[in-house]
Design a protein around this ligand. Sequence first.
Ligand SMILES: [Fe+2]
Ligand SMILES: [Fe+2]
Length: 411
Amino acid sequence: MTNITNESSSDLSALIGGENVSLVQFLLDLGISLSSESNPDRLLEKIVDESITLTNADGCTLYLSDDSGSLHFTISKNISMKICLGGVTGDPVSMPPVPRDPSFVSAYAAINKKIVNVPDVYKSTEFDFTGPKKYDEENCYCTKSMLVAPLTNYEGEVLGVMQLVNAKDPETNQVIAFDKKFDTLVHSLASFAAVAISNVRMIGEIRRRVAMLREANLDAIYSLAMAAEAKDDDTGDHVRRIQLYSIALAKKAGFTDEKADEIGYSSIMHDVGKISVPDMVLKKPGKLTDGEFDVMKAHTEAGSKILPATSFFVVARDIARHHHERWDGNGYPDGLKRGKIPIEARIVAITDVFDALTHKRAYKKAWTFEEAITEMKRCSGTHFDPRLMEIWEELYTSGELNRIFDSWHDS
Ligand SMILES: [Fe+2]
Ligand SMILES: [Fe+2]
């Protein structure tokens, strides 16, 4: 006869003692293992595998609920049939959802938050097992026993249902009913699983929101940078190329991908202070007077002040302020020398000059890469950080600079 256990009646402590100590240990290890999994697909697969191991079942299927309470097939494994469907490693499968109708055993378990133990599906009259019977017919399988548990998280929300089929006698391997003790153990396992799924979803949501914020920030950054660049009679391609060049140089210099990415998006804002430079100075075709040059130089300090004083812009502020410093201390605005110049600014000093040299301006033709590299090497150790210049030359020799140039060439 079908056994239905109210979740609240579960009492794990009653199982502690004798042979069950190892089961409790298994559950504790399982809790740790599930909570350390951050990949949602791998987590679901782990839940299925561990459930099969714990109960010596032949198969396990997980359904996850949608907002309407319908249950969607997510992953299924069956040992004797050697099949895995859904999940990350299984064959893709499309199945209609199980409606929120308590005549279906999985929906019943989810709606009532109860564990259902069915010793023999073919003798049960309480639920509609048309689906499993049809499956048996089509696949020459024989579903007999079934244990269905809701996946309920700490807030009492049912995230889905776990459906185990065909418990096997460990000695004879014959299909038997699920032992009553599994009602409690599977309840605990399902709770661990639900909490782990909730946590992974929460982490995913946080990551998604951080990514959205970052995207929004980057959009704003591009707009700001473009506004400054437009004043300088250029297209946005200059900053895009500098971003890619700076990422490449930072990576080759040994920075992590994450740090290189930060240097990249920060480099976009290097000349943002030009927005405060009057057009008569910025667009003057001839040579600037000393006074005008002082106004022009002020774009570095202006840039670092325009950018918000938040952690997201720390590197950008350094780059905006120091990208015209020189290795020998003869740059501006602070006359910093060598290692006193933030390395991010030393990187952008190279990528900015290189891009300016290799593009046409109103007052000059575009230099070839070779001409630019030769001239910049001449300034290595005076204008540019010599170690970074060596790496920059390696990027040129390997063809990496050409690849970047080609991807953002504006003419
Ligand atoms: Fe600048
Ligand atoms: Fe620039």
